[in-house]
Design a protein around this ligand. Structure first.
Ligand code: GGG
Length: 352
């Protein structure tokens, strides 16, 4: 029987509540489909930071590397600056394993109300460049912590980095075989170097996909159009920062951040890819047992897809869809009063 080794990092806040629920569903579906998941748990995150002064140990990447995939909850703690948590765990893993494609589907499940009145047909994917751009951490301080201090933060856009993420987006549009449209997010009217390179690379790659329609939107116009005409999008591709921001809009218009799944992919499969809900550690609801587990469960389905267990992935998605369509068992973010575990129980019941 095939066994996949999955590194599990629950992380902080609600991460510790959603990951066990995701594992329950993954274990059930693996059993049904005749494969094994060998989970390796890593207690990294804020608690590790308070004890050892770092979010994960020095050899963390070496420990993760042999695994087939990484299943992550959330990182972030109110008593630790966000740049410490992000740069101490999430970003180093994305970079070390060249997980250059951050894939964030925005799908409005039947039975779930979008906060956008009258919008019923939302089905697109945000593809975020995940290893360079505005998150490259190039820069520094001058006169650090003095009244006249100066900060310089450079963005890094490489032709290779832009071309490969744009190509990934086009290939995804072909694979999805839906609206066959790729939207590029730019700001070349104001950023006359990085975004001009972005636009040129987009046009060059687009020319190799004549069957795919294209559009190019300034990031501010894209934010407006995610609200005004979400049904028009198919695959949206943009830089690390632009799509980090836009994918929060795409997450909320499908009804809740608690439904937004994501994958950090190394499309070349040289290294483990990482799967996580888009939401963070949500300290305001942590420990109350009410966080929505579905974003994590759907991230687990994306992981199964990446592990080439497509039937199992579809079954998890169908079970989630059935629970949402019934509308009986829902956490408070979706207007219900069910607990995290009760929602998972309902998904397991659908899986049989
Ligand atoms: N599970 C996602 C998570 O913990 N997100 C925290 C965060 O700050 N993410 C920023 C990012 O995805 O770049």
């Amino acid at each position: 029987m095939k066994t996949f080794t999955i590194a599990v990092i629950p992380g902080d806040g609600v991460g510790g509540e959603v990951i066990p629920q995701g594992k329950r569903v993954l274990e059930r579906v693996a059993q049904k489909h005749g494969f094994n998941l060998a989970f390796q748990d890593f207690d990294w995150g804020a608690a590790h930071f308070f004890r050892w002064g770092r979010m994960m140990p020095a050899g963390a990447i070496d420990l993760l590397q042999p695994c087939d995939a990484i299943f992550l909850g959330a990182v972030g703690h109110p008593e630790i600056p966000d740049h410490t948590t992000l740069n101490g765990l999430l970003l180093p893993i994305r970079r070390a394993f060249d997980q250059y494609a951050n894939v964030r589907p925005a799908y409005l499940f039947p039975g779930v109300d979008s906060p956008l009145a009258g919008k019923k047909d939302i089905d697109f994917v945000v593809v975020r460049e995940n290893t360079e751009g505005e998150y490259a951490q190039v820069g520094g301080f001058v006169y650090h912590l003095q009244p006249e201090e100066v900060a310089v933060q450079a963005s890094v856009f490489t032709r290779r980095g832009v071309e490969r993420i744009v190509r990934f987006a086009f290939e995804l549009a072909v694979k999805r075989n839906k609206k066959k449209r790729v939207t590029s997010i730019t700001k070349s009217n104001a950023q006359g170097y990085s975004m001009v390179l972005w636009d040129r690379a987009f046009q060059d790659v687009a020319a190799q996909f004549p069957d795919i329609e294209t559009e190019s939107l300034l990031v501010d116009a894209a934010a407006m159009n995610f609200i005004r005409r979400p049904e028009s999008f198919d695959v949206v591709v943009g830089s690390n920062l632009f799509c980090d921001i836009l994918s929060d809009i795409s997450a909320i218009i499908i009804g809740s951040m608690g439904l937004a799944a994501s994958a950090n992919l190394d499309p070349l499969r040289r290294f483990p890819s990482m799967f996580e809900p888009v939401h963070g550690s949500a300290p305001d609801i942590a420990g109350k047992g009410v966080v929505n587990p579905l974003a994590t469960i759907l991230s687990g389905a994306m992981m199964l897809d990446h592990l080439q267990m497509a039937d199992a992935a579809r079954e998890v998605e169908s079970a989630v869809g059935a629970v949402l369509a019934e509308g009986k068992v829902r956490t408070p973010d979706l207007g219900g009063s069910s607990s995290t575990a009760e929602v998972t129980d309902a998904v397991l019941e659908k899986l049989g």
